[in-house]
Design a protein around this ligand. Structure first.
Ligand SMILES: [Zn+2]
Length: 495
């Protein structure tokens, strides 16, 4: 079969962003530039061999051996607030220009997150897939592989022929899921398969505390997805968790089944998957300890160090990463052996001016709730580090900017950074000279994403009910645009 495969030309481009509608930091052109936009061959140089979605698309093309992959443009952002109208227009321009300049294509692979929101467009991913469809016309195969947190829309499913999501949270399968879409796009481009897609939105969202795919109910949901995908005639199947912090009509869970030229089968299977998810909806809510309760557990357990997950300041969910709520609780309860990484450029700069061993006055955290006092500088670094192993969503290289480890007069340790950083790996603490075993508690500003990197290195993991724009209790969020009714906010919602 290998020798008979037609040589095909496949475009590769993307814009990967998860938008928290309530987050204070907007994504403008400067934010995208700072995150880095890769062009042409640089896309391959940056992502080849990585565990990311782009890494999976590239691996699939190279494994096929008969694909001319045409890398065009790709930006991958740290989650934050909505994209400005201007920055979205810039991306749309990049998409249009590169598709026009590099075509024609047999297929296009698009790197998207699935929960991007702009000031002027609720469904950025659907919008961008529409831009690709308009550029290449109806006969060209379009495929995308989304984050499990995608708020999948009818518009995305109309514009794309092939679509799936990760099946893990923390996300450690971005690459294989992208490889699956890559190979399906190649098959469809050669006419070996005819994808027929069915999409069923589920009027519910799942509390972020219940989204871990290693734990029921999501472990059961994913097992069901895998079983559906294995049925004869099925090309792929998806249940997306959705992203509750995007205040848009598309927000929520959904089921997608894609079959080979069998639209009725696709529709029946997607509906059945959605119904089985719906039956479990009462298990989608949760309650977790407040900061003081969590510190009490951490002070009495033998399973140290304890990873305290700062749910309300979840950087991967678009939070600013500057909260000191847990640090403050530790100071108030005289819990000394705690370390927290906090985004605070001013404190990092003054620690660098002071030098290791020096003592300075610090004000760490948002002004209204800041921690103040004397601190000793115990470590300095430029903030760049590279992790080993597969981290959440395949991230690998990090740049926190100039960083400093500070020992507060009250005993706790704070690593202050110049840039907000995804809390994915304890290497960030080690590269500045700290040892995990010196601490009884480590704060990570995430919910599930830190587990892939930190999990094997800690004795106990506790999710903590801290306040913030990613707080666990969504009934406190000031939604304006989400659909209604939506379970569990409206208990009378129906599938
Ligand atoms: Zn995600």
């Amino acid at each position: 079969m290998n020798g008979e495969r037609r040589r095909i030309r496949i475009g590769l481009l993307g814009f990967y962003h998860e938008a928290n509608s309530f987050a204070p930091v907007q994504v403008d052109d400067a934010y995208v530039r700072a995150a880095g936009t890769f062009w042409g061959e640089d896309v391959l140089r940056e992502f080849r061999g990585s565990a990311s979605t782009a890494g999976g698309f590239i691996a699939a093309a190279e494994a096929d051996g008969q694909v001319d992959l045409v890398p065009m443009v790709l930006s991958v952002l740290v989650p934050a607030g909505p994209v400005t109208a201007e920055a979205l227009a810039t991306q749309v321009g990049y998409f249009r220009e590169s598709l026009a300049a590099n075509g024609p294509f047999d297929g296009v692979l698009v790197v998207l997150h699935g929960a991007a929101v702009a000031e002027d467009v609720d469904d950025v991913d659907g919008h961008l897939l529409g831009v690709v469809r308009d550029a290449v016309g109806p006969g060209v195969v379009i495929g995308t592989s989304l984050d499990l947190h995608a708020n999948i829309s009818a518009r995305m499913c109309e514009a794309a022929d092939l679509l799936n999501t990760y099946r893990t949270n923390p996300h450690v399968d971005a690459r294989p899921m992208a490889e699956e879409i890559g190979h399906l796009v190649f098959d469809a481009a050669r006419g070996v398969i005819v994808p027929t897609l069915a999409f069923v939105p589920i009027p519910a969202f799942i509390n972020i505390l219940r989204q871990n795919t290693d734990v029921s109910p999501m472990s059961d949901v994913i097992a069901d997805v895998v079983a559906t995908a294995a049925l004869t005639g099925v090309l792929t199947a998806t249940v997306a968790e959705g992203y509750p912090y995007a205040d848009v009509p598309e927000m929520g869970m959904s089921a997608v089944v894609i079959t080979d030229d069998a639209p009725v089968q696709a529709a029946e299977l997607a509906r059945a998957l959605a119904e089985r998810v719906w039956e479990r909806r009462d298990e989608f809510d949760a309650r977790i300890p407040k900061p003081e309760e969590a510190l009490e557990i951490a002070s009495s357990t033998d399973a140290t160090p304890v990873l305290l997950l700062d749910v309300g300041d979840n950087v991967g969910g678009g939070s600013p990463g500057d909260s000191v709520v847990l640090l403050d609780a530790a100071i108030r309860t005289d819990f000394r052996d705690l370390v927290s990484i906090v985004h605070d450029p001013a404190a990092a700069a003054s620690a660098h001016r002071t030098g290791v061993g020096g003592v300075l006055d610090v004000v760490i955290g948002p002004s209204a709730a800041a921690v103040r006092g004397k601190a000793t500088v115990i470590g300095l670094s430029d903030g760049t580090f590279e992790a080993t192993g597969t981290l959440h969503a395949g991230f690998r290289r990090f740049d926190a900017g100039p960083s400093a480890a500070l020992r507060l007069g009250t005993g706790q340790t704070v690593v202050v950074t110049t840039r907000v950083t995804l809390p994915l790996t304890p290497v960030q603490l080690e590269e500045i000279g700290l040892s995990l075993t010196d601490y009884r508690a480590i704060v990570a500003k995430g919910v599930h994403s830190p587990l892939a990197g930190y999990g094997p290195r800690v004795g106990l993991v506790l999710q903590v009910d801290t306040p913030g724009v990613t707080g666990a209790d969504c009934s406190l969020l000031p939604y304006r645009r989400r659909r209604r009714p939506l379970f569990p906010l409206e208990r009378d919602a129906h599938l």
